[in-house]
Design a protein around this ligand. Structure first.
Ligand code: FAD
Length: 320
């Protein structure tokens, strides 16, 4: 059996978990076994994980509810590994997915391959995984009684459903968690200041970089994002300048996005930024510099001053 650790936000299966279930299904098909899921809380996930191919949803009942307590979550996943003996455990390529799996690996002495874009079961298993923020692909082998794998963000489809699937059967379990596992926990969460469309789920992201020039300059970026029903994303130059919050940063040390359209305004296209937006289906760059590195990634480009181009696009959208 392939066990998929899944996460949820407000009872909804999150996108990266749906992607990791796609990897789990491929592995299940390759080794001719079923897929089961494990989650911390989240009874409402039974339908979604069923649609994504899991027959059973193992639900950990923790005293902390579904508050994030990394070592306790890892202990819960480890508990199911001990009880179920899966061939492999797959986690989403999220910060939490990676942290939980790393702790599981350390606790159980199991091998872990993070950020996989391709996995071939065999003897031994072979994987292709992203290194150095995706600028390098590594071929590696994985040997061990249980293989731990995380799916690289956006390397597998999130919207692939199993035809005629039914809800996963819920199997509650209560792992033993000690005080040691509760030493580190999330004490409080602050919602991002900006409301509206979530950056990681947005179909359209309008990105602004240093070329926007100031915090005030982002009014036109926000307006364009609003007209397109999208979200604002920014480069690190912008968050470092304090123009926008870090929650909007796209890149290696920010969010990984996969919109249908990414409009990069005044962004040079440093590798650390590109790693966060290269899963976009279409990239439109607006930049005064025809030789900016972003041009190598862009499907379309407007060479010009964003202070003229962005309002012109907004005006055309308002007219349409
Ligand atoms: P710049 O590189 O200064 O580019 C500004 C662009 O705007 C230029 O191409 C210029 O031609 C154009 N421009 C200027 N004026 C106009 C105008 N009026 N109209 C149109 N175009 C104009 N960066 C990230 O973005 N995300 C990350 O997660 C991230 N993580 C990092 C992690 C590490 C460990 C390191 C070392 C760096 C990281 N960086 C990250 C920083 C990254 O290397 C770049 O410094 C940063 O992305 C540059 O931001 P920028 O493109 O906005 O600015």
């Amino acid at each position: 059996m392939i066990l998929a650790f899944v996460e949820h936000a407000d009872g909804q299966l999150d996108r990266l978990s749906a992607e990791s279930l796609a990897l789990a299904r491929r592995l299940g098909a390759a080794v001719k076994t079923g897929v089961e899921a494990v989650a911390i809380g989240g009874e409402s996930l039974a339908a979604a994980v069923g649609r994504h191919g899991a027959d059973v949803l193992h639900l950990a009942q923790l005293d902390d509810g579904d508050a994030y307590v990394p070592d306790a979550w890892a202990a819960a996943v480890g508990d199911r590994i001990g009880a179920l003996g899966p061939e492999a455990v797959v986690a989403p390529g999220s910060v939490r997915g990676l942290e939980v799996l790393a702790v599981v690996a350390a606790r159980l002495g199991l091998p872990l391959a993070a950020n996989c874009i391709d996995v071939h079961p065999g003897d031994p298993w072979s994987v292709t995984r992203q290194r150095w923020a995706g600028s390098l692909l590594e071929e590696a082998t994985l040997e061990g009684p249980v293989k731990l794998l995380s799916a690289a963000p956006h390397a597998f489809p999130a919207d692939e459903m199993v035809a005629g699937a039914t809800d996963a059967r819920i199997e509650p379990f209560a792992p033993t968690i000690g005080e040691r596992e509760r030493r580190v926990r999330v004490a409080r969460r602050l919602a991002p200041e900006t409301g509206g469309v979530s950056l990681t789920d947005a179909r359209v992201v309008v990105g602004g970089g240093r070329g926007v020039g100031s915090a005030e300059g982002f009014a036109m970026i926000e307006e364009l994002a609003g007209l397109l029903g999208g979200a604002v994303g920014v480069s690190r130059a912008v968050t470092s300048a304090g123009w926008r919050p870090h929650t909007e940063q796209v890149g290696q040390t920010g969010a990984r996005i996969a919109p249908d359209l990414y409009i990069a305004c005044g962004i040079s296209g440093a590798i650390q930024h590109i790693v966060g937006c290269k899963a976009a289906k279409t990239i439109l760059a607006i930049n005064t510099d025809p030789d900016a590195p972003i041009m190598a990634q862009a499907d379309y480009a407007v060479i010009g001053d964003l202070r003229e181009v962005v309002p012109a696009i907004a005006a055309a959208l308002r007219r349409s």
